[in-house]
Design a protein around this ligand. Structure first.
Ligand SMILES: Cc1cc2nc3c(=O)[nH]c(=O)nc-3n(C[C@H](O)[C@H](O)[C@H](O)COP(=O)(O)O)c2cc1C
Ligand SMILES: C=C(O[C@@H]1CC(C(=O)O)=C[C@@H](OP(=O)(O)O)[C@H]1O)C(=O)O
Length: 398
């Protein structure tokens, strides 16, 4: 049994998204305003399509929280799909659904349409896209907000920023999180800049080129992906373990990141670059100072050694492929007659990299909260806080 379980449900154009989170300790302050702040961050970003103008994601708390604090019982949250009113006859769960309308029969290369249709035996691929759509990530961000609240209560914070969109790259790409790790730049300052940016980029000089790249792709009926960097700061030594494959923190993080729609690559620390370097350029020498305890002057490992947090910031990079729905569609086959056609065009984003950054923050929060509760045990927030303080003390005094 894992410490925390969560389960999301809901179609993109159904009435609502739902998530149940089970295993969160009692006494954690959580408000709808806190969850809604995260939901609103996920809705932002230059390059999104018409849907974001319709939705205004807000969580309704249905259980597990009373008087602004968790009870220790399962937390259920619901997010209404405002677009439902435009789809209710077509998406109705009842026998009167107008299923013959808005059918999708020309699968989009790069989306789940064709393999999902063959797998589940649906001739109308709407039945696939409704759940394969990244609309579902709103529910994950709501669950992630609860996990994030728990982490913040023990001094762990999560940040993210966009490094590139297509070929448009933040020129300070390699530096910003290194500077923050070294204490020369404030993490919060970087996050505030990213949150204020239309492309979630913490260096304003890169914003215009990223926006221009999105405009160009849009004008050409094309789409773009990009690279995102995510960090977690304030961890004690020893979340995760080397002792078994499924306890490794890096494997849990990689799995969680790859579970996000359209994410195709994950790096931790130096990542792929470490394979090109010699050992002495890759591993972080260990030092010790009274009061500070053990520390490193570099963080090429990205905060994880042997599947465990080593107390340095956890640094992750993820690669998102371009959006599969193209307004200049690619070749495909109409499954009704197997004739070559152009792929279906559903209303679509041109680029959703800034939104995916917020989803990645939420996934990291869920993994870290899971690892935290697995290590500390406990039923009440104070127990977790005491245990984490003790972990910090133990590491300092070791
Ligand atoms: C936040 C977000 C928004 C997305 N918006 C769209 C979209 O508007 N149109 C689209 O075709 N794909 C969109 N995608 C990507 C698809 O969901 C994704 O490519 C699809 O699930 C297949 O990817 P996979 O092969 O990684 O599963 C979005 C992904 C994310 C994370
Ligand atoms: C709805 C969201 O993203 C959707 C993800 C998505 C896809 O195929 O993944 C397709 C689009 O759906 P629609 O056709 O309804 O516009 C996006 O808008 C959201 O992020 O909340």
């Amino acid at each position: 049994m894992t410490a925390i379980r969560y389960l999301t449900a809901g179609e993109s154009h159904g009435p609502a998204l739902t998530v149940i989170i089970e295993g969160i300790v009692a006494g954690l302050p959580i408000t709808t305003a806190y969850i809604n702040t995260q939901l609103a961050r996920r809705q932002k970003g230059y390059g999104r399509g018409g849907r974001m103008a319709i939705e205004k994601d807000q969580a309704t708390i249905l259980s597990g929280i009373r008087g602004g604090k968790t009870l220790g019982s399962p937390i259920s949250l619901q997010i209404e799909n405002r677009d439902w009113v435009n789809w209710q006859e077509i998406m109705s769960p009842h026998g009167d659904a107008r299923t013959e309308e808005r059918q999708v029969t020309c699968p989009r290369p790069g989306h789940a349409d064709l393999s999902g249709a063959i797998k589940y035996g649906h001739r109308d691929m709407r039945n696939i896209l409704e759940r394969s759509s990244a609309r579902e990530t709103a529910a994950r961000v709501a669950a992630g907000a609860v996990a994030r609240g728990l982490l913040e209560a023990v001094g762990i914070k999560i940040y993210s920023h966009v490094l590139s969109i297509g070929n448009a790259t933040n020129p300070k790409e390699a530096e910003l999180y290194k500077e923050a790790t070294a204490g020369r730049v404030s993490w919060q300052e970087l996050q505030d800049k990213a949150d204020a940016s239309q492309v979630h980029c913490s260096d304003s000089s890169a914003e215009a080129t990223m926006i221009a790249a999105i405009d160009k792709a849009k004008a050409e009926g094309d789409s773009l992906g990009g690279i995102i960097e995510i960090a977690a700061v304030g961890l004690p030594v020893g979340l995760g373990s080397y002792s078994h494959d499924d306890r490794r923190l890096d494997s849990q993080i990689a799995g969680a990141m790859m579970s996000i729609q359209a994410i195709k690559g994950v790096e931790i620390g130096l990542g792929f670059e470490s394979a090109r370097q010699i050992g002495s350029q890759v591993h972080d020498p260990i030092y010790h100072k009274e009061g500070k305890g053990y520390y490193r002057q570099t963080n090429r490992a990205g905060g994880i050694e042997g599947g465990m947090s080593n107390s340095e910031p956890i640094i992750i990079r993820i690669a998102m492929k371009p959006i599969p729905t193209l307004y200049q569609p690619l070749d495909t086959i109409d499954i009704t007659n197997r004739q070559p056609v152009k792929a279906s065009v559903e209303r679509s984003d041109t680029c959703a990299v800034p939104a995916a950054a917020i989803v990645a923050e939420a996934q990291l929060a869920l993994v870290l909260a899971q690892a935290l509760l697995t290590t500390t045990g406990g039923d009440r927030l104070e127990q977790i806080q005491e245990r984490v303080q003790q972990m910090h003390k133990d590491a300092n005094n070791f």
